[in-house]
Ligand binder design. Structure first.
Ligand code: SAH
Ligand code: SF4
Ligand code: F3S
Length: 445
C-alpha cells in the first residue's frame, strides 16, 4: 500500500485590479494542477505568494508590510518559499532580490507560467522572470464564483497616460484572437457561467494589433460573444473615452446580453490637466461621448475614475472636474489622490499643490459624487429589475445580494441561490446600493 505525500500548501495574497484577481485565479489553478493546496494561514504555507499591484504608493506600502510578515515565517521555517508576482514585481525587477533577499522567486504579470518552472526545478537561488511574452492565459483556472467569470481579451496598454505605471508593468497591447475568446466563453457558459466580464486596459482598442485574417473590432467581438447561447450578461472594463465609438453604443442597444453599464474613466474635467495627463481627449470631447451614449442608451449607468491633485492642478481646474461630475451625473466613481509613480512622466513634474490641499479637494469631491450617485439611483425605485444573485447580503444575513445589469448591488428579501436570475422590486436606494423584494412569481432561470 502506498501512502501519497501530503499536498504542499500555498498561501496567496492578491492586490490590485480585476486583471490581477484573474491572474491569481490562473496562479491558483496552475498550483492546484501541480498538486498544491491552498491554506488559510501564512504560517502553514510551504509557498507564500503575493500577486502585487503598483498603481499607487499605498499599494506598495501595504505589500512591503506583508513581505516583512512573510519574512518572519521564513525565519522560523527557512524552507518556506516566498514568491512575488504581478505589477510591483515587474516595476522593480531584479531590485526585489537586493531589497528583500528572503524572496525566492519574482515574476511579472506576463510570466505566471514561469512560477511552475521554478517550483518544478531544483533551483536554490533566487530567480526572476520579467520578459513580456503576450498572453500566458492557457493555464487552468480556479474560479471563486461559478456563475460569473473574467475573460482577458488583451494584455498591456499602448496609451501613454503620464501618471500611469501600467504600460511599463504590463507591456505593449496584445489582443487575443477572437476565435480563442469565443471558445473560452463557450466553455465557461457550458460549465454554468451566466455573466462574463471582458478585461483589458483599453478594451475598445481591442483587435487593432491582430493580423489581417483575424482582424476584429471590439464591437465585433461583443457581437460574436453575444451569439453564444446561455450567456446572459456580458460586461467589460475599461474602455478609453478616446476610443468610445458609435459601434460599441449600438452593440449595447442591439445585443441582449451586453449590460446597461459603461465605466468611462474621466480622470479630470479640465482640458489642460487632461493634456498634461496625455489622455488625448478634451473636456468637450468627453462630454460629447457621454451625450452620444445617453442619446441611444438613456438608462445606461455611467461610472468613472477621477484623479484629484494632479501636478499643477489649479483651483479652477479642480472646479471643472466638479462641474463635469455634476453635468454627467455619474452613477458612481472611484476617486484617487494623484500618486507619483516611479518612471512616469508625471512623477517628475513640478507640483505646487500641497498634500493637505489635495486631501481637501478630495473631501469636496466625494459628497458631489455621492449626491449624483444617489440621484441616479432614485430612478430605479418602483421598478422591477433583473438581478443576478451573488449570495447572502453583507449587511444582513437574512437577505440576499445580487447585481443589476447596470452593476448596482441590490440587497433584497427573497428565495434564490447564487447564479439565479431573479426579478426584484426596488423599494429603496442609497448612493452605493439598492434594496428591494423578490417578485417570486417571476423567477426566471
Ligand atoms: N486602464 C484603465 C485603468 C487603469 S488603473 C483605464 O485607463 O481606465 C485604474 C485607475 O487608477 C485609473 O483610471 C486612474 O484613475 C487611477 N490611477 C492610475 N495611476 C494613478 C496614479 N499615479 N495616481 C492616482 N491614481 C492613479
Ligand atoms: Fe494607464 Fe492610461 Fe493605459 Fe489606463 S489607458 S492603463 S490609465 S496608461
Ligand atoms: Fe492592475 Fe495594479 Fe497592475 S491596478 S494592472 S495590478 S498596477
Amino acid at each position: 500500500m502506498s501512502i501519497s505525500a501530503p499536498a504542499k500548501a500555498y498561501h496567496l495574497t492578491t492586490f490590485g485590479c480585476q486583471m490581477n484577481q484573474h491572474d491569481s485565479e490562473r496562479m491558483q489553478g496552475m498550483l492546484e494542477s501541480l498538486g498544491w493546496a491552498a491554506t488559510e494561514s501564512q504560517g502553514d504555507a510551504d509557498l507564500i505568494l503575493f500577486n502585487t499591484c503598483s498603481i499607487r504608493e499605498k499599494a506598495d506600502e501595504k505589500l512591503i508590510q506583508y513581505l516583512y510578515e512573510a519574512r518572519m515565517v521564513k525565519r522560523q521555517r527557512p524552507e518556506t518559499i516566498i514568491g512575488v508576482g504581478g505589477c510591483w514585481a515587474q516595476s522593480v525587477t531584479e531590485e526585489v532580490f537586493r531589497r528583500f533577499p528572503f524572496v525566492d522567486v519574482a515574476f511579472g504579470p506576463g510570466q505566471v507560467d514561469k512560477l511552475a518552472e521554478f517550483l518544478n526545478s531544483d533551483s536554490l537561488s533566487a530567480q526572476g522572470y520579467f520578459e513580456f511574452e503576450g498572453f500566458t492565459g492557457h493555464l487552468p483556472q480556479r474560479k471563486e464564483k461559478t456563475h460569473s467569470a473574467w475573460v482577458q481579451i488583451s494584455v498591456g496598454c499602448n496609451c501613454n497616460c503620464s501618471y500611469c505605471i501600467v504600460p511599463s508593468t504590463r507591456g505593449r497591447e496584445a489582443s487575443r484572437p477572437s476565435e480563442e475568446l469565443v471558445t473560452e466563453v463557450s466553455e465557461l457558459v457550458a460549465a454554468g457561467v451566466k455573466e462574463v466580464t471582458l478585461l483589458g486596459q483599453n478594451v475598445n482598442s481591442y483587435g487593432r494589433d491582430l493580423q489581417d485574417g483575424g482582424k476584429t473590432t471590439f464591437s465585433g467581438l461583443l457581437r460574436e460573444l453575444d451569439s453564444i447561447d446561455g450567456l446572459r450578461r456580458l460586461r467589460y472594463t475599461s474602455p478609453h473615452p478616446k476610443d468610445m465609438k458609435e459601434d460599441v453604443v449600438l452593440a449595447h442597444a442591439e445585443l441582449e446580453s451586453v449590460c446597461a453599464h459603461i465605466h468611462l474613466p474621466l480622470q479630470a474635467g479640465s482640458t489642460s490637466v487632461l493634456k498634461a495627463m496625455r489622455r488625448t481627449y478634451t473636456r468637450e470631447r468627453y462630454l460629447d461621448r457621454v451625450d452620444m451614449i445617453r442619446a441611444s442608451l438613456p438608462d445606461v449607468s455611467i461610472t468613472t475614475d477621477i484623479i484629484v491633485g494632479f501636478p499643477g492642478e489649479t483651483e479652477a481646474d479642480f472646479e471643472e472636474t466638479i462641474e463635469v461630475v455634476e453635468t454627467v451625473g455619474f452613477d458612481g466613481a472611484f476617486t484617487f489622490i494623484f500618486s507619483p509613480r516611479r518612471g512616469t512622466l508625471a512623477a517628475s513634474l513640478p507640483d505646487s499643490v500641497p498634500h493637505e490641499e489635495k486631501v481637501a479637494r478630495m473631501q469636496r469631491l466625494l459628497p458631489v459624487v455621492q449626491r449624483c450617485a444617489l440621484e441616479r439611483a432614485q430612478r430605479f425605485v418602483g421598478r422591477e429589475m433583473e438581478v443576478l444573485v451573488e449570495g447572502t447580503s453583507r449587511t444582513d444575513d437574512a437577505r440576499l445580494r445580487g447585481r443589476t445589469s447596470g452593476s448596482k448591488v441590490v440587497n433584497f428579501d427573497g428565495l434564490a441561490k447564487p447564479g439565479d436570475l431573479v426579478t426584484v422590486l426596488i423599494e429603496e436606494e442609497s448612493s452605493l446600493t439598492l434594496g428591494g423584494t423578490q417578485v417570486l412569481a417571476e423567477i426566471s432561470r
